[in-house]
Design a protein around this ligand. Sequence first.
Ligand SMILES: C=C(O[C@@H]1C=C(C(=O)O)C=C[C@H]1O)C(=O)O
Length: 258
Amino acid sequence: MENNINKISSDELSLESVRESLISQEDTIVFTLIERAKFPFNSPTYDDDPSSSCVLSGSLVQFIVKETEILHAKVGRYTSPEEHPFFPDDLPPPLTPPHNYPQVLYPAAASVNINDTIWKMYFDKLLPLFAADGDDGNYGSTAECDLKCLQALSRRIHYGKFVAEVKFRDAPEDYGPAIRAQDRDALMKLLTFESVEEMVKSRVEKKAMTFGQEVTLNDKEEKVKYKVDPAIVSRLYGEWVMPLTKFVQVEYLLRRLS
Ligand SMILES: C=C(O[C@@H]1C=C(C(=O)O)C=C[C@H]1O)C(=O)O
């Protein structure tokens, strides 16, 4: 993957390189939302109590995510510091040879996984905002699209660990006292850049307009239509993606000196 942090050794880590990766991940998030929006809401995908004729113990989407994670664990996906499973319990060990990822993050980073929060945000808040009402029966494909959205959001939000590491290395004299005092508010203040956040919101809105524009050959078409409402993508970032990324940054920093 382009801009993959694993190409960057610990010494080359910079706020610029990490922000570049976040920008590239915006494309993935916008594309995965566009793919999910091709299906209506399809509520049976999320039914926790499927009919007795169904042998699944949870919803179809839980089943798809869990089983995919089992497969991906076997090929070592979760040994990467960028990847976090939604169902971490009882995952099998990798069958593939270990990959030597550069040790960029402080080891305590491994304990930060907020996928439960991301799961709830996606299904309770985001999905109802952009999936059209209706049921076309394509539940498996719908769940597959949800999986892709969840993975892209999780990767982006947990990238906060790399952002936090860079910010700490750039100014240990500022972060150190706040970490030692375990002062969340001070850390949040230090790591927040409101002007960057405004730029991110505008850029993702523009990406949703550019990538999700309905293309027609009719030049007289007056109103351009979008596959996912660009304002919803901007809201997704403003209300959830960036606050959760900052939450990950704070959680990481609180453990940075322990
Ligand atoms: C990620 C960063 O930290 C914070 C979070 C941001 C985000 O999630 O996009 C943007 C600006 C900062 O307030 C950053 O500084 O780039």
